[in-house]
Design a binder for this molecule. Structure first.
Ligand SMILES: C[S@@+](CC[C@H](N)C(=O)[O-])C[C@H]1O[C@@H](n2cnc3c(N)ncnc32)[C@H](O)[C@@H]1O
Length: 265
C-alpha cells in the first residue's frame, strides 16, 4: 500500500509534465533513422504495434505520421472501471503533449489478444514495431515465429527491449525515471539480480541480451542491434561488478536493447 501511495503519484507526475511524451516522440524519430537504410517511412506503410500498451503512444504517433497501424495487446480487450476512465483522460492529454489530433488515439486499429497467436493474414505487414513489451512476453519464440508469418518477405521488425539485467530491469514502479539516474531511499542497485527485496508485480521473462539476439536470428536476419539507453554505470563499483560477474558490464548498464531484423524473402 505504501508503494501505491508513493509510487503512482510519481508515475502520474511524469505523464502530466510531459516527460514521457517527449521520450516517446524522441523514440519515434530514432526509429525512423534506424530503419532508413531498410524501409522508407516517408511512404505510408502497414505497421503492427506489438504490445501497444494502455497509453498507445507509438500506435498514435505512427498513425499521426500517416501509416495504417494495427496494435495488439491484452489491454485492448473491452473493459470498464475507474482505471479505463483514467486512461481515457490520460490518452487525450498525451495526444496534446505529442501534438497529435485526439483521433489518432482512437481504438479502431486495436485488437485485444495474445501476441503469440496473431489473428492476421500471412505477409500482411511491412513493419512490426514493439517498445518495452518483449521483456513481458513469456513465450518469445512463439511471438517471433508468428511475427515472421505476418510480415511480408523483406518486411522489417524494430524492437526496443527493456533489458532485465539493467538497474531498472526489475520494473519496480518506484524506478520511474528512464533512464534511472537516482535510486529511491533504501533501494540497492540491481536488487532484482541480488537480494530481491523488491518483488516485481508484472510478468517478466528475465531474458538476457544473448537470448534475444539468438531468438531473433532463428526467425529473421538481424540487421543491427545497439544499446539505445544506458543507465547505472555510476553504481558499478569494482566490488559490485565482482558480485555480479555472471553478467557483462554491457548487460548491466543497457536499459534498452534495440534490435532491427528483416524477414528473409
Ligand atoms: C510495458 S507495456 C508497453 C506498452 C507500450 N508499447 C509502450 O511503450 O507504452 C507492455 C505491454 O505488453 C502487453 N503484453 C504482455 N504480454 C502480452 C501478450 N502475451 N499478449 C499481448 N499483450 C501482452 C501488456 O499488456 C502491456 O500493455
Amino acid at each position: 500500500m505504501s508503494s501505491l501511495l508513493s509510487d503512482y503519484p510519481r508515475y502520474a507526475w511524469h505523464l502530466l509534465v510531459g516527460v514521457r511524451a517527449k521520450m516517446e516522440s524522441g523514440l519515434a524519430a530514432q526509429r525512423v533513422r534506424d530503419l532508413a537504410p531498410w524501409l522508407d517511412l516517408t511512404q505510408p506503410r502497414a505497421i503492427l504495434d506489438v504490445g501497444n500498451g494502455s497509453l498507445r503512444p507509438q500506435y498514435a504517433l505512427l498513425r499521426g505520421a500517416g501509416h495504417r497501424v494495427v496494435g495488439i495487446d491484452f489491454v485492448n480487450r473491452p473493459g470498464t472501471g475507474w482505471r479505463r476512465s483514467a486512461y481515457n483522460v490520460m490518452r487525450q492529454l498525451y495526444a496534446l503533449q505529442l501534438r497529435l489530433p485526439g483521433a489518432t488515439m482512437n481504438p479502431q486499429g486495436l485488437v485485444g489478444g495474445n501476441v503469440g497467436v496473431l489473428p492476421f493474414a500471412n505477409s500482411s505487414f511491412d513493419l512490426a514495431i514493439s517498445n518495452a513489451a518483449f521483456e513481458h512476453f513469456l513465450d518469445v519464440p512463439a511471438v517471433l515465429a508468428d511475427l515472421q508469418r505476418v510480415l511480408r518477405p523483406g518486411g522489417v521488425i524494430w524492437a526496443g527491449v527493456h533489458l532485465f539485467t539493467s538497474p531498472s530491469g526489475g520494473h519496480n514502479v518506484s524506478f520511474t525515471q528512464y533512464p534511472l539516474r537516482s535510486l529511491p531511499p533504501g533501494a540497492e542497485p540491481w536488487d532484482h539480480l541480488r537480494a530481491q527485496r523488491r518483488p516485481f508485480s508484472v510478468p517478466l521473462n528475465r531474458w538476457r541480451k544473448g537470448q534475444y539476439l539468438a531468438a531473433f536470428a532463428e526467425h529473421f536476419e538481424v540487421l543491427a542491434h545497439y544499446c539505445g539507453l544506458r543507465e547505472g554505470e555510476q553504481w558499478l563499483s569494482p566490488a559490485l561488478e565482482a558480485e555480479l560477474s555472471a553478467y557483462t558490464r554491457d548487460e548491466l548498464s543497457c536499459a534498452t536493447l534495440v534490435i532491427i531484423a528483416r524477414k528473409r524473402g
